[in-house]
Design a protein around this ligand. Structure first.
Ligand SMILES: [Zn+2]
Length: 305
């Protein structure tokens, strides 16, 4: 089923024009990964009928309020709703201290364990790996330590041609076929050739989430040829001075990074509250990189075929 990216919020600084703070939900093979958790994220999850308890991994890019002030509320609701399952929480130094302090002064002990993973925002390395996906940190250039996250789907199994499968094929042999092996009999003779019983695996997709950053080409090799890149585009070129001062990017700069990295599609977000209309942001990006789209909350972007 590929990667599905649901936009829960994509506004910067303060909620405005019916737009909420940054948060995105990735659905990879039915597993949920939350990226950033701005204020109101749990309400946005409810609004879009997403079960919060299915989230087992949360990735926070940095500790500016518009990227994580919804976290304590979401974690508390998970506790109140009876969660016992472990939650992995990734983020820069300081996040675990903030959460722990809030729990201390409210004299609350969650029913479920939180596994804090401190992300070194200066290096790109694998920070999470499971059966389906590998997550790699992306050092970003912002006013405070900030990390993006690259999701790479693992190589998928070969697809069985069901009509050709002999009845009573053992699970062991089915697994062998999925892994590209032939089926051999006890004498070691090939009984079924893999290529005759299976089709090539589905494509594995990749998605990069680059939340807050000034224009910085050092990320290009890390995100090279990703199928979809989310890159902040807080401002238009006419406010490029302001973008540089606040360590943010313009739509044109985001598109330039997309072009240089040869990505498939570009999602633009983290819109400044000064813009009520967002179409000019998309238009500006398209002058450099045609496959540019606005990350509008409620929309889902699907990488599959
Ligand atoms: Zn920021």
């Amino acid at each position: 089923m590929g990667i599905r990216v649901k936009i829960l919020g994509s506004n910067s600084a303060a909620p405005a024009h019916r737009r909420h703070h940054t948060a995105q939900l990735l659905n990879i093979e039915g597993k949920y990964y939350l990226m950033d958790c701005g204020e109101g994220t749990q309400l946005q999850l409810k609004r879009f009928h997403i079960k919060a308890q299915r989230i087992n991994h949360i990735f926070i890019s940095h500790l500016h309020g518009d990227h994580y002030l919804g976290l304590m509320g979401l974690l508390s609701t998970m506790h109140l709703m009876g969660r016992t399952k472990k939650l992995d929480l990734y983020g820069p130094k300081g996040l675990s201290e903030i959460i722990t302090m809030q729990l201390k002064y409210s004299e609350t002990v969650f029913n479920y364990p939180i596994n804090f993973v401190e992300v070194d925002t200066k290096v790109s390395k694998v920070i999470h790996e499971d059966d389906f996906v590998k997550v790699i940190s992306i050092p970003l250039n912002h006013r405070i330590p900030c990390s993006g996250y690259l999701f790479q789907e693992k190589k998928k199994n070969r697809r069985l041609i069901k009509d050709l499968l002999p009845p009573n094929l053992s699970i062991r042999n089915i697994t062998k076929l999925k892994h590209g092996e032939d089926i051999v009999n006890e004498e070691g003779k090939v009984v079924f050739k893999n290529e005759e019983m299976t089709m090539p695996p589905k494509k594995s997709f990749s998605y990069a989430f680059c939340s807050d950053t000034k224009y910085d080409e050092t990320i290009v090799p890390i995100i090279k040829k990703v199928d979809m890149l989310y890159h902040e585009a807080t401002f238009l070129e006419e406010h490029a001075d302001r973008a540089a001062r606040t360590f943010h990017s313009t739509a044109k700069e985001a598109a330039t990074i997309a072009l240089k990295a040869e990505v498939g599609k570009l999602l633009l977000g983290h819109f400044s509250i000064r813009y009520k209309e967002l179409k000019p942001i998309e238009d500006e990006a398209k002058t450099v990189f045609e496959e540019s789209y606005l990350a509008i909350e409620g929309e889902e972007f699907v990488l599959d075929f």
